[in-house]
Design a protein around this ligand. Structure first.
Ligand code: IPE
Ligand code: IPE
Ligand code: MG
Length: 263
């Protein structure tokens, strides 16, 4: 770990937005006879690596799944240790994020977090809000279904107050009300930890993401594996519902809005 991704291994076709489900910390710790929190702590190294590499490659956005709505059901000690780790980490890392011109945002149900953590998040977001480098989103207490419901509720409220006509609700307006509103959809989802499922991550936004499943446990995710994910992405033909033939055809022969709307 720590070695920069070889640019040769990365094709010109870089994703604009990468989402990562950082899974496998508990198993990593168990395999070493350690308690699960040691695995979560060890997961910070790959987080730093991904932020650094995305910044260096000029990738626009990185969204990391750190704690799901369902993770509240874990044993109280594990939840407490994760919340402690978020507190410590935000405080400690914000200077480095500043240095790299990263804009940090936390997505998820922040009302479920402690008042202290909420305040710390607000301060870190405020401090980095003007940064023009990588847009880093960390999903904490986040669920894809929660996100869709909160967007629906916000739009319904605007309709009920008369501020928004019902007919004005379309896909673009709905997407704007989601936590990732304003960002392009993730082009690439990486999930470590050998599971091949979504686990309630960005249900709306992943509609056309390429999916890269890694058997590495998150603390073992390194520059080589990141490069492998980018190489996988570069090799995909993204059709957005069109035929392969249409993609090769000159622009006027392509029909339909989907391709034009493709990122
Ligand atoms: C991912 O690792 C981190 C969180 C969900 C908070 P896990 O803690 O799920 O690790 P495994 O899947 O049990 O190994
Ligand atoms: C997904 O991992 C959530 C995060 C990585 C934060 P989980 O470990 O919670 O997912 P499941 O329970 O195996 O589906
Ligand atoms: Mg897991």
């Amino acid at each position: 770990m720590g070695r920069a991704v070889s640019d040769n291994a990365v094709s010109a076709a870089l994703p604009r937005h990468i989402a990562i489900t950082m899974d496998g910390n508990g198993r990593w710790a168990a395999a070493r006879g350690l308690a699960r929190p040691a695995g979560h702590k060890a997961g910070l190294g790959p987080v730093r690596l991904c932020v650094r590499e995305c910044s260096r490659l000029g990738i626009e956005a990185l969204t990391l799944f750190a704690f799901s709505s369902e993770n509240w059901s874990r044993p109280a000690e594990e939840v407490a240790s994760l919340m402690g780790l978020f507190l410590e980490t935000i405080d400690r890392e914000v200077n480095e994020l500043e240095r790299q011109a990263v804009r940090l945002r936390i997505i998820g149900n922040r009302q479920a977090l402690s008042v202290r953590l909420q305040a710390q998040i607000a301060a870190a977001e405020q401090r980095t809000a003007g940064n023009t480098g990588l847009k880093l989103q960390v999903a904490v207490s986040y669920g894809g279904r929660w996100d869709i419901v909160q967007a629906a509720r916000a739009l319904a409220g605007q309709c009920a107050s008369g501020a928004l006509p019902l007919a004005a609700i379309d896909e673009a307006r709905f997407a704007a009300a989601l936590e990732l509103g304003g960002l392009p959809d993730p082009d690439l989802l990486i999930r470590t930890g050998a599971e091949r499922r979504i686990s309630n991550f960005l249900l709306w936004n992943l509609a056309y993401a390429e999916l890269y499943f890694s058997d590495r446990l998150w603390p073992d995710f390194d520059a080589e594996e990141f490069a492998a994910a980018l190489a996988f992405f570069a090799g995909r033909e993204r059709r957005f519902g069109h035929t392969g033939g249409q993609l090769g055809a000159p622009a006027p022969e392509r029909s339909g809005a989907a391709l034009k709307a493709a990122p």
